[in-house]
Design a protein around this ligand. Structure first.
Ligand code: C2O
Ligand code: CU
Ligand code: CU
Length: 631
């Protein structure tokens, strides 16, 4: 190697022109990546500037200015390199990294999230990666003395793959940046004004019904070495029982570190009592309390759960059963709710008493599955023949005894069973669902009565079909010739970015109704008295229990074939892979009502829409401004 072309610092200011060399050169092998990385960060900063403008103007300006400065510096690194350019670029990158670190750990002193850490999202990850790497190359450039030399082509070998990789990452970061958490979404069907009803007014009229009052305190409790979010210290929360016609008054006291709400799943109640954060109320803040009050219209098995950050709060333990007893009482000897019960750190099996000869009603509730695939539990009863007497709280007509079968209970659904307690052996509620991946189903949910364990049925007994069970009876909502509103709901999934794709869940596919994810889904607009028909088509290979708030849906047909057994009324319809279901309901409960998949992660990834009555206003909003996120 010749040392003669090396120049000392005294010569670095001038290029030796005319001899083919471009003289004192900062290595392109370092400048190209430094420039591309800085440009990538610039692009993402410019993309996030937009959403930030709507949230907090100074942050929008800061991101725009930073992005423009970085874009300029990236060009200078290529066109007019020098230590000053490198130093300024490095200072901006370091400053961005410090601000990012502070905002994601202790929180910034100003802005919409002042004082609390912000979620770490894909654009943050990509920009941080770019800036750290840019700092490495800028440090190299500053440390190594420039030298005059011929401009070769070898740097292209590194630069081309780098450019391709960085383009991909920049595209991902920018796409995530333009799909951020919404700032303020208003689900009203009309702005407040004359002729428009505020849903806040849609409350129970005063009356002299017997009042049943309960207090539910949401609090963090350590159970079996793990922290749960509980109602009154237990998971599930206390089983609430009342009679049809009672006036239920529930005080929610929030002792959690986060805001919360309670939704009354399956009940037809006034819209203002529906408990959906950002839609029917502002979430109840830590330290505050809130009173729900409504009259129980329909007997049956229901449940209650948080509807603020639902996907996180239900799995932490915020749910419980609500049983509304019919007028003459439940005509059985024993009446129990059974849900998955492995939260105590113990075996998980619930032991229930019954004597031989007792007529037992079991209300099976699938509140939360062991995994989030949406696959239903496949529950069966071992040890006694049984009937399915109600689905989602609504009685079936003339149910026959099953022999046995596996009951596909989707998330959110309830199956009420009745059986006669045998002499000699106990009866067991078993989950015959096969293992999926790492998730191990809890096989034994409950044991009823004393005595030896019954012989378990084979894992391949038939699957219960609600479309052919029981005997026909009139269901005017399901058998009408004409519907005022008919709506197709196609369930799909696609790659995409949602809510900035907050890590670590960025790999979940976006779920869509008719190609759109919530809150961009098209609401189903109805008016009071409409008969509404939904044609639900599942274009995915997953199960989706589609749940409607505040109404009862009658099943018309599955896969185009009209149901032939008992009328079936549900609040959650389990739509299997590539199945088609037709259901209908009477719009008799004005308000703004969610319609969503009850697989919580599907709802959180967009599978949610609304049944909205015309001319209804909500004063609440969903998004970062209110902090209300119903999914
Ligand atoms: Cu059980 Cu919108 O929920
Ligand atoms: Cu509900
Ligand atoms: Cu789903």
């Amino acid at each position: 190697m010749s040392t003669s072309i090396e120049t000392g610092p005294a010569h670095t200011g001038r290029a030796a022109r005319g001899d083919g060399s471009r003289g004192p050169m900062y290595a392109l092998g370092a400048r190209v990546p430094a420039a591309l990385l800085t440009l990538g960060a610039a692009i993402i900063h410019l993309f996030v500037a937009g959403p930030h403008f709507t949230e907090f103007v100074p942050f929008g300006i800061a991101f725009a200015v930073t992005g423009l400065a970085q874009a300029t510096l990236a060009l200078l690194i290529l066109a007019a390199p020098g230590r000053r350019v490198f130093a300024i670029t490095a200072a901006i990158a370091a400053g961005c990294l410090v601000i990012l670190l502070l905002s994601r750990t202790v929180g910034l002193p100003i802005g919409p999230y002042a004082g609390s850490p912000e979620p770490f999202e894909v654009p943050d990850l990509v920009t941080a990666l770019f800036e750290v790497l840019a700092l490495v190359f800028l440090a190299l450039l500053s440390a190594v003395r420039p030298r005059p030399r011929r401009l070769g082509w070898h740097w292209l070998f590194g630069a081309i793959p780098t450019a391709i990789l960085l383009t991909g990452l920049t595209t991902a970061g920018a796409s995530a940046a333009i799909n951020p958490l919404p700032a303020s979404v208003d689900m009203s069907t009309a702005p407040a004004g004359p002729g428009v009803t505020s849903m806040d007014q849609l409350r129970e009229a005063p009356g002299d019904q017997p009042v049943r009052a309960f207090t539910l305190t949401a609090e963090v409790v350590r159970i079996g070495g793990r922290d749960y979010w509980t109602y009154n210290g237990t998971v599930p929360g206390p089983e609430l029982r009342a009679n049809v016609g009672d006036r239920l008054r529930i005080t929610l006291v929030n002792h959690l570190p986060q805001s919360t709400s309670i939704h009354w799943h399956g009940l037809r109640l006034p819209n203002a009592e529906d408990g959906v954060a950002g839609l029917t109320q502002h979430a109840v803040q830590p330290g505050q309390s809130y009173v729900y009050e409504f009259v129980l219209k329909d007997p049956g098995t229901y449940w209650y759960h948080s509807h603020q950050h639902t996907e996180e709060q239900i799995p932490l333990g915020l749910y419980g059963a609500l049983v509304v007893e019919p007028e003459p009482g439940v005509n059985v000897d024993r009446d129990y709710v059974v849900s998955r019960n492995d939260y105590s750190g113990g075996s998980g099996t619930l032991h229930l008493e019954a004597n031989p000869g007792d007529l037992v009603r079991l209300r099976l509730l699938n509140a939360i599955a062991g995994d989030m695939t949406g696959t239903p539990e496949l529950l069966t009863l071992a040890g006694a023949p049984y009937k399915v007497v109600a689905l989602d709280g609504h009685d079936l007509n003339q149910p026959q005894t099953l022999g046995p079968e596996r009951l596909p209970v989707g998330m959110g659904q309830r199956y009420d069973l009745e059986f006669r307690m045998p002499a000699g052996t106990s009866v067991q509620v078993l989950d015959l669902r096969p293992r999926t991946g790492g998730a191990v189903p809890l096989r034994e949910w409950a044991t009823i009565g004393a005595g030896a364990a019954p012989t378990a049925p084979s894992d391949s007994i038939p699957i219960f079909d609600l479309t052919t069970y029981g005997l026909p009876a009139p269901d005017p909502v399901a058998t009408r010739g004409h519907y005022d509103v008919s709506q197709d709901l196609r369930i799909g999934e696609q790659l995409g970015f949602r809510y900035g794709s907050a890590l670590p869940k960025a790999w979940e596919l976006i779920h869509t109704f008719n190609g759109k994810s919530f809150p961009d889904t098209q609401p189903i607009i109805v008016k009071e008295g409409d008969h509404v028909r939904l044609h639900i088509v599942n274009d995915t290979s997953e199960y989706h229990p589609i749940h409607l708030h505040g109404h009862i849906m009658s099943v018309i047909a599955k896969n185009g074939r009209r149901i032939s057994g008992s009328p079936v009324r549900l609040d959650s319809v389990l739509v299997g892979p590539h199945e088609t279901w037709d259901v209908a309901f009477l719009a008799d409960n004005p308000g703004l009502w969610m319609l969503h998949c009850h697989v919580l992660i599907h709802a959180a990834y967009g599978l949610s829409t609304m049944v909205s009555y015309q001319e209804i206003h909500t004063p609440y909003t969903i998004g970062t401004r209110s902090g209300d996120f119903p999914e």
